[in-house]
Write a protein that binds this ligand. Structure first.
Ligand code: WT7
Length: 648
């Protein structure tokens, strides 16, 4: 099996485990639940949840959520792998995340602390949040948005992104959020697949003191989309001049000022299995997959995992530094923290603006107690040295988190020692856009090993299997599988149920294959090694080789292209590309640079290749498939492996 890396051997001076502070363990939400169930440790609780999975999940559903109508059945497996959860139940995630707080004890509690890149703070209480969501929901209705419609949202990291998402789900429509760092082609393909009639964007967004031209990119993407989008709602953030197309483009603030928009807007009563949202992610082909999550099970697992892993308490200040445009943001910025009635920080801009101390000044300023981020950000900030974090008082922190890719032990230890002052356990959470919520993760009671996500969450059964479907030995890599359905699982790929089955449920029949290689050690701890498909994790972002290749081929100079990922110190992996030019074109540094920029413009800056090499040919199988592993092996100076299918 081709893998990205191997788990580090623990050196003799290294402690085997990092133990959590005893007070944290004793007072943790998960221990409280363990004791309620008659256990004095979480391992025994885990065993019980596996033996009583449906009971466990239904307890979570009532512990954390209100339902308009209770469910008849916890899990319906009659059409597996199209599993259904909490069937017959009626709910709306906005009731749980917003309405009940605004009408209850959390009314005047701050929900969102927004810090702009320029440093201004805007707070929204739960009552104010409810007003914003209500008003924008009325706007959407007035624009004709109905239950089941797909609304594309393309905004920067501003509170209005949350208001828009919550307004869409309040009225029973589906949002399809496209990350604000993506560009024309990525936005265009997602609009087309979702067939969104309404799109919400901004006149721009602030990043590194520069304007991200959201509206300009939107215009290009919408124009390519041949009349699919009828209405574009534009939030004014930067106030620089943007063209507004008559009959299509409308200002957010003008729509909200229309009469009647402050009237109460009903929160729709949804079936547990009605679609909640779709979110695109890269797979093995050029077209991104619209993963569909549903109204009931998703919120159950998101709420339970956030409470038990990040241990949210009423006075915590929680900060997940991801972008709401990714699943991390959907689950653990937008929905999870609000369901739990938490106070959270949202920071608009770049981590290094105006200095690499920006994040640490935010932690100090708002007394952040829980910080959740990605290994690439940690490695990036680590490079600037310890003087930035040590200038700031980080003593408010009690728990840290990591997500998106394996965290290398060096970055783990720096994060633990310098940011967490040696006593904040790191929750290294393994999950995917597909899983909706944490699957393999420590909790505050878990002894940690740097680089391991430790063990499956309560109620979750995983394993590492070889190609024959048998458990891999401790020293062997294998395929990471999930053995039983879970409430926040994806339900299908939008418009392509066959691809859902084929992609996730056929490699090892009966099991969900995640597309990751992993190892399980003698303590039962999981070590995720990396992707085994044509997905490259660049700074934790998931990009398909095929997407990069098709962006390259859309340039007139390019006949054929191949993209691979190679290790990179900060980004984890970086994209390297090989290009065969069309006749009449000559390879040069200038052309290589132009091609890199072209990919950046089409897909977004994160997809811009590190290198473009001009080659006369590409290694292919007899059926014409590019053998990326051969390119990779060559680039790394490794043996090229089995070449029997290589074209002569
Ligand atoms: C892939 C999923 C889940 C939100 C962000 C990414 C990798 C994710 C970890 C981790 C090792 C990780 C896997 C996974 N991954 N978290 N803690 N340790 N690898 O979501 O874009 O759907 O990517 O990210 O390869 O399959 P995503």
């Amino acid at each position: 099996m081709t893998v990205e890396a191997t788990p580090p051997a623990t050196s003799s001076t290294e402690p085997k485990f990092y133990y959590p502070p005893q007070a944290l363990v004793e007072n943790s939400n998960i221990m409280a639940y363990a004791r309620e169930k008659g256990f004095d440790n979480v391992d025994d609780l885990y065993v019980w949840t596996i033996e009583h999975a449906e009971q466990f999940w239904s307890e979570m559903a009532t512990r954390y959520l209100d339902w308009f109508q209770p469910w008849d059945q916890v899990l319906d497996a009659s059409e597996a792998p199209f599993y259904k959860w909490f069937t017959g139940g009626k709910t709306n995630i906005v009731h749980n995340a917003v309405d009940r707080h605004a009408n209850g004890a959390n009314r005047d509690k701050v929900a969102i602390i927004f810090e702009s890149e320029q440093g201004e703070t805007t707070n929204y209480t739960y009552a104010e949040l409810a007003r914003e969501v209500n008003r924008f929901a009325n706007v959407l209705k007035a624009q004709g948005v109905q239950q089941g419609d797909r609304v594309t949202i393309y905004l920067s990291r501003v509170p209005q992104l949350l208001f828009a998402m919550l307004a869409v789900t309040k009225i029973g429509a589906m949002h399809s959020v496209v990350y604000g760092g993506f560009s024309t082609d990525a936005l265009h393909s997602r609009i087309m697949d979702a067939q969104s009639k309404v799109l919400i964007t901004g006149d721009g967004g602030w990043m590194n003191n520069k304007i991200v031209e959201l509206k300009k990119i939107t215009d290009e993407a919408v124009e390519r989309s041949e009349g699919v989008v009828e209405t574009v709602i534009v939030f004014k953030r930067t106030d620089h001049d943007v063209p507004m197309k008559a009959g299509r483009d409308l200002w957010w603030h003008e729509l909200e000022a229309q009469p009647g928009m402050d009237e109460p807007c009903a929160t729709e009563q949804m079936d547990a299995e009605d679609p909640l949202f779709m979110l695109y992610t890269s797979g093995t082909t050029g077209s991104p997959k619209g993963l569909v999550h549903t109204c009931g099970g998703y919120q159950v697992q998101v709420a339970a995992t956030l409470s038990f892993v990040f241990d949210i308490k009423p006075d915590d200040i929680y900060w997940c530094a991801a972008d709401p445009g990714w699943i991390t943001g959907h689950s653990y910025i937008v929905y999870g923290p609000l369901i739990l009635g938490a106070t959270e920080v949202i920071y608009e801009g770049a981590p290094s603006y105006p200095s690499p101390a920006r994040w640490w000044s935010i932690v100090e300023k708002y007394k952040v107690s829980i910080l959740y981020t990605a290994p690439t950000a940690i490695r990036g900030l680590m490079r600037y040295g310890e003087e930035h974090p040590t200038k700031h008082d980080l003593s408010s922190l009690r728990l840290l988190g990591s997500v998106g890719e394996p965290i290398n032990p060096e970055a783990w230890r720096w994060y633990h020692r310098v940011i967490g002052h040696g006593n904040c356990p790191i929750m290294d959470t393994w999950w995917q856009t597909e899983t909706g919520a944490f699957m393999i993760t420590p909790n505050p009671t878990t002894p940690l090993k740097p680089g391991s996500g430790t063990k499956p969450f309560l109620g979750i059964e995983c394993d590492v299997l070889n190609e024959e479907g048998l458990p891999a030995s401790e020293s062997d890599d294998g395929l990471l599988v999930i053995k039983k359905p879970w409430p926040s699982m994806l339900r299908t790929i939008y418009g392509d149920p066959k691809r859902y089955v084929q992609q996730y449920w056929t490699r090892l029949p009966g099991f969900y294959t995640a597309g990751d290689a992993a190892r399980k050690d003698a303590d039962g701890y999981y070590w995720v090694i990396g992707r085994i498909d044509d997905v490259i994790k660049v700074s934790g972002y998931r990009l398909g080789t095929a997407e990069v290749e098709s962006a390259l081929v859309s340039h007139p100079a390019v006949a054929e292209a191949a993209a691979i990922g190679l290790p990179h110190e900060v980004k984890g992996n970086a994209i390297h590309t090989y290009v065969i030019l069309r006749q009449g074109y000559e390879g040069s540094d200038a052309l290589a640079d132009e091609l890199r920029k072209h990919v950046g413009k089409e897909l977004g800056p994160i997809a811009r290749p590190e290198t473009v090499s001009f080659v006369p040919g590409l290694p292919k199988t007899r059926s014409g498939k590019i053998m990326r592993r051969v390119l990779k092996a060559r680039a790394l100076g490794l043996p090229e492996g089995d070449l029997s299918t290589l074209e002569a």
